[in-house]
Design a protein around this ligand. Structure first.
Ligand code: ZN
Length: 316
């Protein structure tokens, strides 16, 4: 790793950073969880559920001589919703120390497992975990912080069966872009010679649909040729503006700049028969329904952009 570049954001605790690191390092080697017991012995139902969820049909995981998939290692140690009662305080102290220094966010970065012997139904699981290492302060794209690695040793009937290393980054988030930059604008449509006529129509508040000059098939979105007969000759018809929601999705994630989830994206079937992807407005995102009647209108997004959208017409 290169260290020559200056750090992108100032660390939250600048002067005492080295002193902090010394305090953090004191936790290396300390117990994170001592002599915990798995809530269930290795068992066939959990193996079966895991294999179904993963789509893993390997025969080694079935039948009288079944072993558990090695990648299930951590599953046998998980506390479920009720958790494990016997965690040591060291990990919480380390976390609190990092929180207090401003490294309040956490992200899991990677995990490594090592398998020493197969686990079989009936094996009793015990495990303990140690804080293996705390990194010096690092600056990442997410922000500045420390990587903390814990190693869990998993035993079956007292015999070491595998290890599970888990690394997190505790960090102070870098300043968010939205605080530094003006509010993002919606993406611009790509206007080219194949669709320029459509956008010219939008500028006049007309939703234009292409019509094949040879076979009269309507088409949308705009294309250079007719999918029905191959003709490249066309004219346009202006949509009446009435339609129905043919299908829709509600966008929750991922967030895009300039969009404010959740919001509904509709596939609207126009009265003319073609379908248009657009926003459905005038109704909460969770009230959009297939078959809902909608009517075209034009939304002024910003000084340079106007878009056709569809307003719900229900309950008039
Ligand atoms: Zn045609």
């Amino acid at each position: 790793m290169s260290r020559k570049e200056p750090e992108a954001s100032a660390p939250p605790a600048d002067a005492p950073a080295d002193a902090l690191y010394e305090r953090l390092r004191a936790y290396e080697g300390q117990t994170a969880s001592a002599a915990s017991a798995g809530k269930d012995p290795v068992n066939e139902p959990m193996i079966r559920h895991w294999c179904e969820a993963m789509g893993d049909a390997h025969p080694a995981y079935r039948g009288p001589d079944a072993v558990a998939p090695p990648t299930m290692l951590q599953a046998w140690t998980m506390g479920g919703l009720s958790g494990h009662p016997d965690r040591s305080g060291a990990y919480e102290e380390l976390s609190a120390l990092l929180d207090g220094a401003g490294y309040t966010s956490i992200v899991a970065t990677d995990c490594e497992q090592e398998y020493l012997r197969p686990l079989r139904p009936g094996d009793t699981i015990t495990f303990d975990a140690v804080i293996e290492s705390v990194s010096p302060r690092k600056t990442t794209k997410l922000g500045t912080g420390h990587f903390v690695t814990t190693r869990m040793d998993v035993r079956a009937d007292g015999e070491l069966a595998g290890t599970h290393r888990f690394r997190v980054l505790k960090y102070a988030p870098a300043a968010r872009r939205s605080e530094e930059e003006p509010k993002a604008r919606r993406p611009r449509p790509v206007v080219n010679r194949d669709n320029a006529g459509f956008w010219a129509g939008v500028a006049e508040h007309r939703l234009l649909v292409q019509r094949c000059a040879d076979c009269a098939t309507l088409r949308f979105p705009w294309l250079p040729g007719c999918n029905a007969c191959g003709s490249r000759a066309w004219d346009t018809v202006e949509a009446s503006g009435s339609g129905t929601v043919y299908s829709y999705v509600v966008m929750h994630h991922p967030p895009f700049p300039a969009f404010d989830p959740p919001y509904a994206v509709g596939l609207v079937e126009l009265a003319e028969g073609v379908r248009v992807i657009s926003n459905v407005v005038g109704v909460p995102y969770d009230k959009v329904r297939v078959g809902m009647p909608v009517r075209l209108e034009f939304l002024r997004v910003d000084e340079d952009l106007e878009l056709p959208v569809f307003r719900a017409e229900e309950e008039r």
